[in-house]
Design a protein around this ligand. Sequence first.
Ligand SMILES: O=C(O)CCC(=O)C(=O)O
Length: 291
Amino acid sequence: MVLNKSSNVISDITGSIATFDVTNCTPEKTAVVAYERDGVVCLRHAHSAVWLALIEQGIYEALTGGSEDLDIVDKAGDSGRFSYSSQAWQQVAPFRRFIFESRVADLSWPFLKSNALTLYYDFLLIKEPGAARAATPWHQDHAYYPLRGSDVINCWTALDRIPLETALRFWRGSHAQKLIYQAAEFSGESDYQHLRTDRPPPPDIDADPTAEILATDRNPGDMLVWKSHTLHSAPGNTSSNRRAAFSVNWTGDGAVFHDMPSLGTYRDDGIQDGMLIAGERFPTLRTRDSG
Ligand SMILES: O=C(O)CCC(=O)C(=O)O
């Protein structure tokens, strides 16, 4: 499949994300090896319909005033909206229950090389049908974070069927470069004016014939796990169905706070430069002792 920016198609997909069925188990070593190699894996059947229904209740609450950090973008010419919310779990009880009581922590835990699994933030993303121009540019999540070090992961659960045409794309192995590129502007609005410009812009991945681009279609409940250094992008929603996901993003003890301009989502007044991400806003759900 060849997509170009003007037609909202992003790039050739050259391979599939390694997938592992976790219906009745937690991820095995082979999944962690694939994640370390590629920077992303897909866990099939991570969450059952009951948990997905709970997240839907959370979405209702988040969109009707529950989320303090909600952005709704109407791209010119699009008939559907692109909405995203961060760090809503403290206000939105169904999100909190999902994070603390579902399997999400146990499914995420094997991928962190850390003595602690700490909640960094939750992220809700909805591209309604007709949000065709709401493409997500190539970026690394780490570029937005006021952090030094690594060991931050995204655990991104599909809430709808996501076909290959609108699936996230990952530049295989790009996490291994260790380089942090300039962050991309998501919304076309002013939220990101603080972004650092002293970092190099991402290379033109779409024009690089050697870049291996991985993607896979997903069913509701399938969860992608990726490293915060892995470059990824996504097309707008050209389908006639909603394309939504709820992501729980974790940090471990490999990353500490680095005081630089950033969105409020990623910081807490009590955490000074060099300190671990921790405390009420960033609770630790697992430690090596707790298994
Ligand atoms: O699904 C998308 O459009 C983008 C998701 C993404 O880049 C993220 O959650 O970091």
